[in-house]
Write a protein that binds this ligand. Sequence first.
Ligand SMILES: Cc1cc2nc3c(=O)[nH]c(=O)nc-3n(C[C@H](O)[C@H](O)[C@H](O)COP(=O)(O)OP(=O)(O)OC[C@H]3O[C@@H](n4cnc5c(N)ncnc54)[C@H](O)[C@@H]3O)c2cc1C
Length: 455
Amino acid sequence: MPQRLVVIGGDAAGMSAASQARRRAKPSELEIVAFERGQYTSYSACGLPYFVGGLVKDAQDLIARSPDEHRANGIDVRTGHEVVDVDVDARQLMVRRHRDHSTIVEGFDQLVFATGAVPVKPDLPGSDAKGIYGIQTITDGIALREHVVHSGVRRAVVVGGGYVGLEMAEAMTRAGLDVVLLDRSPQPMNTIDPDMGAVVADVLRGLGIELHMEVAVHGFEQDADGNVAAVATEGHAFPADIVVLGLGVKPGSRLAHDAGVAVGTTGGIVTDRRMATKTEGVWAAGDCVETFHRVSRRPVAMALGTHANKQGKVVGDNVTGGYSAFPGVIGTAVTKVCELEVARTGLSEREAHAAGFEFVVGRIESTTRAAYYPDSSTLHVKVLADARNGTMLGAQIVGREGAAKRIDVLATAIWTGMTADEFSMLDLAYAPPYSPVWDPTLVAARKAVAEINSR
Ligand SMILES: Cc1cc2nc3c(=O)[nH]c(=O)nc-3n(C[C@H](O)[C@H](O)[C@H](O)COP(=O)(O)OP(=O)(O)OC[C@H]3O[C@@H](n4cnc5c(N)ncnc54)[C@H](O)[C@@H]3O)c2cc1C
């Protein structure tokens, strides 16, 4: 009899785990079953804003591998199947089948939680109005695109100025709507520092996006047909034909928690480096877990596809008797809204304070290319370094076309524990179409070094 591996969740983490396990173990050795409550598998949620905005024409293009393709590959994918209870001692799951509302019991030898994240949805008056959308799944994206294209909407209000909110603001702008962005923080993108967020805010306003910061949403007004008509805040109502919520996510760990699997302080499932939970034969990967931040040395829940895919692969290796480890994260992320690009890695000032670091900041304004070269544009770079020994702790970049991927060089330096002094003399490529003779990242690091030396 083959062993039975059951995966809960059929997207990035779950299907990476299942696919890697399938590559390593024959069907005669390992049966692999994946339960997915939705209708799709292995799709790019990251691409949803570009589909909603019309840049990607067909939602099918976001699907890397359909349920049928997985089945042809020897993975028994069951879509429309929601796991509602897990009994780890009995090695059994209860699964609700959406098509006939029946409940079935399934056994497993090894189990993978890959249940993703849960969007934050405050219970506000009027939030059941038609025309209010979250943007978590491909189904959300298809419904939102349909509404934008077919119902003649003109005014969109995006609630939440994180990266998903910003990407949706771009999507709505691209779709030709007037866009208002609301957030309760002082600046958009509160994963970067307020001084860099202020640059983002200025550019967004320049792009024609109406920005209202430090605004708390109190509820939603509806018209007589139950359609959303406005977003109500303290003393003001922002007229809206459509509302997109981008209020962040938290780990989808409830099912695991209820099954007695350990969940950490961040709300994510606790695993070791091999993505094994504290429960024998139970693994977890993706947005539902907490992971280790290599700079703060603390657990973090960081919902990003890049981690979900890697963690899934690690599970697939280990569950089939291999040895593979997920090394942790340093918080590298990048986004864009229209031509503005925003990137970060390591710790922000707030995070560095919280982790107990004393640090210096090197912040500069430079250009993306040699200043005389056509299409050169402004680039803001910020570097944080440990005041004691100069180790780089974090970096942020705000700029235009091509600016943000420079963050990868900074991320590599932070990952390897480089000091700002070492970084400032790094042999980076230079030619006028690509950078000034001193790359702006080097100059920011040099400025951090000067800060240390002046203390
Ligand atoms: C709009 C948007 C843009 C994004 N952009 C980026 C980006 O640019 N870069 C980046 O790195 N990340 C990005 N992300 C995040 C990235 O998409 C997620 O980190 C990634 O999808 C996580 O994969 P996952 O498999 O852990 O979770 P998910 O993709 O959420 O998959 C979990 C799956 O589990 C299923 N499920 C949950 N509970 C059950 C149950 N009880 N029974 C059966 N099935 C269940 C769900 O239906 C879901 O399909 C973006 C996300 C969104 C929403």
